[in-house]
Ligand binder design. Structure first.
Ligand code: B12
Length: 256
């Protein structure tokens, strides 16, 4: 009978939705204790341990893909759920993100060299005139945690820069963030620029940021709006035609 790490068993206690509980538990039920240890240390934000354990796992012959899926992404799933349900807040998420980055530093070069495809390619940036990036960075971290390759354009991004990046990286998705009512219209201007250049049909566009709403997103012709970083991942998956998490997870019996 597989054993789930005692710390992870406690963490699963924070996951109240049965389909999420079943989905994450099923992954750890199958995962090696070392992968579970990576997940646990990522959740609690111990980046030194994630760094050490990821190197150890590679030395022991685990594939970069297994470490990514069963260790890093599985841990990030719990962080995402806890953040959404207000169990943890931005500082804790940023600490977990640092741990994720420590692990990714070892597996990313191997994954890119082996040509393993990410689930999707996303370009993200804060629009022209706007320097707020905390929310955008959280979205990027969650997207990477979910297996997307993300090109981060930073802040104060002009429509041309968004267009160049989407074409250069062959991205299927563009995400724009704005925190100021004065810079929100630059999302619409960017969408217009894509239309004028004949590029709109090549990319799905999602928008977010505190002052942005679904109505505003619809008005300016975006493909979707996300209210937070979890929504951003769900939206990205939906826009690329993936099944919902809920629908894709088979219920499993809870282990004793
Ligand atoms: C931190 C902050 C700053 C920092 C930014 C630091 C940084 N590196 O980001 C600094 C000090 C630089 C700053 C500057 C200014 N700020 Co400021 N700032 C804030 C503050 C306090 C927090 C913003 C934040 O980080 N929130 C936390 C993150 C996690 O939330 P979020 O950004 O909304 O992101 C989440 C979602 O919206 C969503 N999301 C975000 N982006 C995207 C994208 C996609 C695609 C999707 C799907 C989802 C998504 O997911 C995120 C994660 O859950 C807000 C007030 C507030 N409480 O919101 C004011 C606020 C945004 N700032 C404001 C102002 C006015 C300014 C300044 C003009 C002040 C000045 N006079 O200089 C300047 C503007 C500078 C500029 N040109 O951008 C106003 C805006 C008012 C308005 N209606 O426009 C606010 C609301 C404060 C206020 N109450 O007046 N600011």
């Amino acid at each position: 009978m597989p054993v789930v790490h005692a710390g992870l068993e406690r963490e699963l206690g924070y996951v109240t939705k049965p389909f999420e509980q079943n989905h994450i538990r099923a992954q750890w039920d199958e995962a090696d204790p070392l992968m579970q240890d990576i997940s646990y240390n990522l959740i609690v934000g111990n980046h030194h341990e994630v760094d050490r354990l990821t190197r150890q796992a590679l030395d022991e012959g685990f594939s970069a893909n297994t470490i990514l899926d069963d260790g890093l992404i599985a841990g990030m799933a719990i962080v995402g759920v806890k953040f959404r349900d207000n169990v943890i807040f931005v500082p804790e998420v940023l600490v977990a993100a640092r741990a994720m980055k420590a692990g990714m530093a070892h597996v990313e070069p191997i994954l890119s060299a082996s040509g393993i495809e990410p689930v999707g390619k996303v370009v993200m940036g804060t629009v022209k005139g706007d320097l707020h990036d905390i929310g955008k960075n959280l979205c990027i971290m969650m997207l990477r945690g979910a297996g997307f390759a993300v090109e981060d354009l930073g802040v104060d991004t002009a429509p041309d820069e968004f267009m160049d990046a989407v074409m250069d990286h062959d991205a299927q998705l563009l995400g724009m963030s704005a925190l100021l009512t004065t810079t929100m219209p630059n999302m619409g201007r960017t969408i217009e620029a894509f239309e004028e250049a004949g590029l709109r049909e090549f990319v799905k566009i999602m928008v977010g940021g505190a002052p942005v709403s679904q109505e505003f997103a619809d008005d300016m012709g975006a493909d979707g709006y996300g209210k937070d970083a979890i929504d951003c991942v769900d939206l990205a998956r939906r826009l690329l035609g993936f099944e919902d998490f809920a629908e894709s997870s088979e219920p499993v019996a809870a282990s004793d």
